[in-house]
Every structure is written in C-alpha cells, then in structure tokens.
Design a protein around this ligand. Structure first.
Ligand code: CO8
Length: 261
C-alpha cells in the first residue's frame, strides 16, 4: 500500500516473505498520533492475514524509532474522555499480531515508542539507539506497558530507575539488561532485521506461530500453567504435516519443505 500518511510499507527478502513497516512522521520524530496507530494496526492486520508473509519488521528513522505518544494531541484529553474513548485501545493490535514481529530501533525509543518496541517479539537496536520512559517528567506514567513489560524484561530495580527518573539508557546498556537481543551498527540494522525475519521464514509459519504463542505464555501466566501449555502445544505439533516433514527431512538428510499444514 502506498496510500499511507504516517507509515510506509514494503515486502522484501529473497522470497518476498518479510514485511517492513516504517514509521514515517519525521517532523515529529514519529510521535505516535492516533492516525499513525490506526494505520499501523491496519497494516499489521493485513500482513497478519497474508499467507505469503512470514515475519514483520517494524522500524523508524535513523533519528527516532518513535519519541512517544503525541504529546500535543494528548495534552487536551480529560479523564472522562480517556475512559469513554478507550484511549490507547488501538495500540493492542501490535501485541495481538500472531506473526513474529521484529522491532529495528535506531535513535529514540521513548515513552510509547519504547512500549511499542516492547510489544514486538524481538528488538534489534542500532548502536545509537536510546530507550526511556520519560512520562514522569510530563506528570503522567507509562500507559502501554512501560511499568509492566519493562519490569518483566529488565527486573524491578532497572525498570523502577527508568520510570522514576525518566533517564534514557543507550543501546549497549539495553543489551546488557536484556531489553534488546542484539546491537548492530546503525546503517546495517534494517538489513540484519530483515535477515532475521528471513531466517524465521525458512521454518513453518504454522509452527512459528505456535512457538511464539508458547514463549509469550511465559509472560502471561504462572510457570506451572506455562509448562502445561507448552507441553500440550508441543504435543499438538504432532498433528501437523510440517512436523512430519521436518523430521522426515532430517532423517533423509535433505532440506524440509514446509506447507504450514
Ligand atoms: N509528541 C509530539 N511531538 C513530539 C514528540 C512527542 N512525543 N517528540 C518530539 N516531538 C516533536 C517536537 O515537538 C518537535 O516539533 P516542532 O519542530 O514542531 O517543535 C519535533 O518533534 C522535533 O523534536 P525536538 O526539537 O524536541 O528534537 P530534539 O532532537 O531537540 O529532542 C527528544 C529529541 C529528546 C526525543 C525530544 O523531542 C523529546 O524529549 N521528546 C518527547 C519525549 C517524551 O516525553 N516521550 C514520552 C511521551 S508520553 C508517552 O509516550 C505516554 C505513553 C502512554 C502510552 C501511549 C499513549 C498513546
């Protein structure tokens, strides 16, 4: 689609199975206004349904992944409007996406921008990336996972420090605390994120979806419940053609041909 106002979309990779969504509101450092979040949701829904797409990469510009919710748009909101308008509801689509979604973060990922990155499954950071939850300086608190997902990922002390001071951490520190899985020179970041998507795309889309669901369950339930879910999901793979094919191909020493059935 080329009719977007706030994003750009492209399908890439050798097999044309990786979708790249680029946040494209450069004058406002990709501040996440309602229009942008609506377009992002629409694009994600469409790629989610597209059987040719194996993975999605979400990125911004070199200066900013996203500098947060749009402060100017949000400023006049009242409490009753937030509640009745279900403010932030559009944001949940990112976390609901069934396909793997990789955040490629260059520059600022602040406030809602950091939260948006954390809704993705894997975060790769460019070496100049900066992460932070500066809401406290605006007289508010994170509203889309900054006190919850961040705490689960980096632990209480670091999350508390970031949320209470509003201080940013750089890419190296983000890697050290486990917020990002890799730091990459800024100009190679997008290429590496696409390669990661392509690698995931060599596997069965069907089994990848189950695996993503199982990993996410670790964040959403107790260990006992999670282990039970994992075991049953593992068992369920034995009902698929792809599981049969994967093991058969190993035995026959040939590459597997997955059909997502
Ligand atoms: N909202 C609206 N406009 C923004 C935002 C933003 N979050 N961030 C930057 N801009 C605009 C600036 O106003 C400026 O516009 P203009 O040229 O019209 O004045 C333009 O982008 C460029 O920004 P700067 O001139 O400030 O650029 P600098 O390089 O000097 O500074 C910074 C870059 C440090 C990133 C700085 O812009 C900044 O501090 N931005 C705000 C960061 C912030 O506080 N983010 C948190 C927002 S609150 C939030 O995300 C709540 C999340 C709740 C859940 C989600 C809700 C939807």
């Amino acid at each position: 689609g080329s009719n977007w106002e706030f994003i750009k979309t492209e399908v890439t990779g050798e097999k044309k199975n990786v979708a790249v969504i680029t946040l494209n509101r450069p004058k406002a450092l990709n501040a996440l206004c309602n229009g942008l979040m609506k377009e992002l949701s629409t694009a994600l829904k469409a790629y989610g349904k597209d059987a040719n797409i194996s993975a999605i990469v979400l990125t911004g510009s070199e200066k900013a992944f996203a500098a947060g919710a749009d402060i100017k748009e949000m400023a006049p909101n009242t409490y009753s409007q937030c509640i009745q308008g279900n403010f932030l509801n559009d944001w949940t689509e990112v976390a609901r996406t069934q396909k793997p979604i990789i955040a490629a973060v260059n520059g600022y990922a602040l406030g809602g921008g950091c939260e948006l990155a954390m809704m993705c499954d894997i975060i790769y950071a460019g070496d100049k990336a900066k992460f932070g939850q500066p809401e406290i300086a605006l007289g508010t608190i994170p509203g889309a996972g900054g006190t919850q997902r961040l705490t689960r990922v980096v632990g209480k002390s670091k999350a508390m420090e970031m949320c209470l001071t509003g201080n940013m951490i750089n890419a190296q520190e983000a890697e050290k605390v486990g917020l990002v899985s890799k730091v990459i020179p800024a100009d190679q970041l997008l290429g590496e994120a696409v390669k990661l998507g392509e690698k995931i795309g060599t596997h069965s889309n069907l089994i990848v979806q189950l695996c993503k669901e199982a990993v996410n369950t670790a964040y959403e339930t107790t260990l006992q419940e999670g282990l039970k879910f994992e075991r049953r999901t593992f068992h369920a793979t034995f009902s698929t053609a792809d599981r049969k094919e994967g093991m058969q191909a190993f035995v026959e020493k040939r590459p597997a041909k997955f059909t997502s059935e």
